[in-house]
Design a protein around this ligand. Structure first.
Ligand code: NOJ
Ligand code: NOJ
Length: 562
C-alpha cells in the first residue's frame, strides 16, 4: 500500500478515535437522506474513500443526542435496536413498506435492500426473503399470536407471492421441468419478472429455505389454532400441495447436484445448502405424514432424508478427519484454494435447527456440536488478526468477540472486489450461536463435556486447573478419553454459563459500535475504519441481528435457573 494511503489510514483511525458522534441539529432527516443517497454513488475501487466520506457525513450528522441510538447504554440499545431492526425488515417488503412503491415492488415481495445502484440489491432473493420472513414468524410466536394480524397478512402475502415466483420461467429452468429446475433460480426482479442477467445460478438452497419458512408458519397456525386468512391461499392443504411440495420435489431430485453457494460465487457442493435441504425434508416429512395422500411421496422423502444425511456426515467431506471445523465447500479445500472455514457453516447450523419448534437432534451440527463450536472459534481466531479493526482484541486472556466476515479468503467489498470485510450477519450469528448453545444446555439439562476437540474454546472461559472436584462428574475411563465433564447446575457450570453469555454479548457490542446513529445497518463494515459499506438497509442484516436479540432474551430468561 502506498505511503500516503497508509498515512490517510492512520489519520482516519486517529480522527475516529477522537470523534464524538453527536452534533445537534434540527435537520436530522434531510442530512440522513443526503447521507443515504451518497452511499453507493462511489465506484467500487474507492470503497476506502467511501468510508471517509461516510465519516465526513457522520461528523456533520445530526441526530439529537437523545435520539442517537449509539449513545444509549447496552441494554437500552438492545431494546431500541430490536425495534429498529424489525421495522427495517418491514420497510423492505412490498405492500407494507411506506417507502416502496407498489408498482415497483409486488405485494409480499421482500427486496434485499432499497439500494438501486452501487450495489444494485433491489431484487428479491429467494434466500434472503425466506430467512427474513422467518423472523416475522418468530415474532408472532413470541406474541402468542396476539395483535399480530398485520404481520400475519405480510407472511401470507409473502407465501402467495412465492406461488407466482415458483411458476415463472427463468434462466435456471421452468417450474414444470422434470426436475423442477426453475426453482433453483436465486433472484427475481422486485416486480415479479424474471432476472435475466448472468448470475451464479442455480443456487440450490432457495427451495429448502422457503419450505422451512412456510412449514414453520403452518406449524405456528396449528400450534395456536389459527386459520389461513389470505383468500388465494385458502388452507394449509393448498399451501402444502402447491408451494411446499414442489420445493420438496426439487430437493428430492437435485440435492446431489452441484450448484452455487449462498455467497453466489462457487459452483460445487456446499454445507449450507445440504444442511438446510436436510431440514426442509425433515419438516416436510412431518407435515406430509399428516396430509399427504401419496404414500410413495412419503417414501421418497424418507429415502432422501437418509441419503442426504449420509452425504452430509460421511461422503461430502464437510467433516474432515484432519480438521476440527466444518468444511463449507470441500472442493475448494481439495484444490488448495481455501481453508473451508466459512460463516455459511454457522448460518447453516442456525437455519437448520428450529429448536423451539421441535426435536432437531436427528439433524447434525447443532450448536452443541464440537465441529460447529470449533468453526466459530477458528473464525474468531482468524479474523481477530485478519481485520485491523479487531486488533485491539489481541492478547485478551478471556474470550472476547470480534467482528466476523464471510470467510477468510473473501474479496467482495460490497460494491466490487478488493478486500473482504466484517458483515453484520456473521457477527450476529456468532452471538446467536452461543445464546442458543446455553439455551440448549439448560433445556436438556446437559453436563458440559470438555474434551480434546473443544478445549481450546472452553479454556477461554474457565481455568481447568481450578475446577473443584465436586463440580466434575466422574465418567467411566473408556467413555470419554481425557474429558472433563462439568456437572449440570454446579457452581463451575454457572460461572461458565455467565462467561459465555457475556462472550455472546461482546459480539453484539461490536454491532452497536457500527450501526449508524439511527440504528441502520448495511451489509458490511470496513475492516480498517469500521464504517458501514455495501448495500444499505440490508433486510438480512436486520433479521440476523433481531434473531440474536431474540435468543439473547430467551437465554437470559432462564440463565439464573441453571
Ligand atoms: C455479488 C454477490 O451477491 C456476492 O455475494 C459476491 O461476493 C459478489 N457478487 C462477487 O462479485
Ligand atoms: C450477497 C450475499 O452474498 C448473498 O448471500 C445475498 O443473498 C445477497 N447479497 C443479497 O443480500
Amino acid at each position: 500500500m502506498k505511503l500516503h494511503i497508509l498515512l490517510l489510514l492512520q489519520f482516519t483511525a486517529f480522527v475516529s478515535s477522537l470523534y464524538i458522534p453527536v452534533v445537534k441539529s434540527s435537520h436530522k432527516d434531510e442530512i440522513a437522506l443526503a447521507f443515504n443517497s451518497n452511499v453507493g454513488t462511489f465506484p467500487s475501487d474507492l470503497s476506502f474513500f467511501h468510508g471517509l466520506i461516510q465519516q465526513f457525513f457522520r461528523l456533520g450528522a445530526t441526530v439529537k443526542e437523545e435520539d442517537n441510538i449509539r449513545l444509549a447504554d447496552f441494554e437500552t440499545w438492545v431494546v431500541e435496536q430490536k425495534k429498529v431492526s424489525f421495522q427495517g425488515i418491514l420497510n423492505n417488503i412490498g405492500g407494507v413498506s411506506e417507502f416502496l412503491n407498489v408498482s415497483e415492488v409486488s405485494k409480499g415481495a421482500v427486496i434485499a435492500s432499497p439500494s438501486k445502484n452501487k450495489p444494485n440489491y433491489f431484487y428479491q432473493w429467494v434466500r434472503d426473503a425466506a430467512l427474513t420472513i422467518k423472523s416475522l414468524i418468530y415474532h408472532i410466536d413470541d406474541n402468542k399470536f396476539e395483535n399480530v394480524d398485520d404481520i400475519k397478512s405480510v407472511i401470507e402475502a409473502y407465501i402467495e407471492n412465492n406461488y407466482y415466483l415458483q411458476r415463472l420461467d427463468n434462466n435456471s429452468g421452468k417450474f414444470d421441468d422434470q426436475d423442477k429446475a426453475g426453482l433453483g433460480e436465486p433472484k427475481f426482479n422486485a416486480n415479479n419478472t424474471a432476472f435475466t442477467d448472468n448470475w451464479g445460478r442455480p443456487q440450490r438452497d432457495g427451495p429448502g429455505l422457503r419450505a422451512i419458512t412456510v412449514l414453520s408458519y403452518l406449524s405456528l397456525l396449528e400450534k395456536w389454532d389459527k386459520k389461513v386468512s389470505n383468500e388465494f391461499l385458502q388452507s394449509p392443504e393448498f399451501i402444502y400441495n402447491e408451494i411446499v411440495k414442489p420445493d420438496l420435489i426439487y430437493i428430492i431430485k437435485n440435492w446431489f447436484k452441484e450448484g452455487f453457494d449462498l455467497w453466489e460465487e462457487v459452483n460445487s457442493h456446499h454445507y449450507y445448502t445440504s444442511i438446510t435441504q436436510l431440514t426442509a425434508i425433515k419438516d416436510g416429512l412431518a407435515l406430509a405424514q399428516k396430509i399427504e395422500k401419496d404414500p410413495d411421496f412419503i417414501r421418497k422423502l424418507k429415502v432422501t432424508f437418509s441419503n442426504l444425511k449420509q452425504f452430509i456426515e460421511v461422503d461430502s467431506g464437510y467433516k474432515n478427519p484432519a480438521l476440527p471445523y466444518i468444511v463449507e465447500t470441500p472442493s475448494l479445500l481439495r484444490s488448495g484454494k481455501r481453508t473451508g472455514l466459512d460463516a455459511g457453516s454457522l448460518l447453516g447450523s442456525l437455519h437448520s435447527h428450529n429448536m423451539e419448534f421441535g426435536d432437531y437432534s436427528d439433524i447434525p451440527f447443532d450448536v452443541t456440536d464440537d465441529h460447529l463450536i470449533n468453526t466459530l472459534s477458528a473464525m474468531v481466531a482468524d479474523m481477530k488478526y485478519r481485520y485491523p479493526l479487531n486488533h485491539n482484541k489481541i492478547g485478551f486472556e478471556k474470550g472476547v468477540g470480534v467482528a466476523l466476515g464471510r470467510y477468510p479468503e473473501d474479496i467482495y467489498d460490497g460494491y466490487g472486489t478488493s478486500e473482504g470485510n466484517p458483515w453484520f450477519i456473521s457477527t450476529a450469528s456468532a452471538s446467536e450461536i452461543i445464546f442458543k448453545f446455553l439455551y440448549d444446555l439448560k433445556n436438556r439439562k446437559l453436563d458440559i463435556i470438555i474434551n480434546n476437540q473443544n478445549k481450546d474454546f472452553f479454556q477461554q472461559f474457565i481455568d481447568f486447573d481450578k475446577i473443584p472436584s465436586t463440580d466434575i462428574v466422574t465418567v467411566p475411563a473408556n467413555e470419554y478419553t481425557d474429558a472433563i465433564v462439568i456437572r449440570y447446575g454446579s457452581q463451575t457450570y454457572k460461572t461458565l454459563a455467565l462467561n459465555l453469555a457475556s462472550y455472546s454479548d461482546s459480539f453484539l457490542e461490536i454491532i452497536k459500535d457500527h450501526v449508524d446513529n439511527h440504528g441502520r445497518m448495511s451489509e458490511q463494515f470496513n475492516k480498517y475504519h469500521g464504517f458501514m459499506q455495501g448495500a444499505r438497509d440490508l433486510t438480512w442484516s436486520y433479521s440476523a441481528v433481531w434473531n440474536a436479540f431474540r435468543w439473547r432474551q430467551k437465554t437470559l430468561d432462564i440463565l439464573d435457573q441453571f
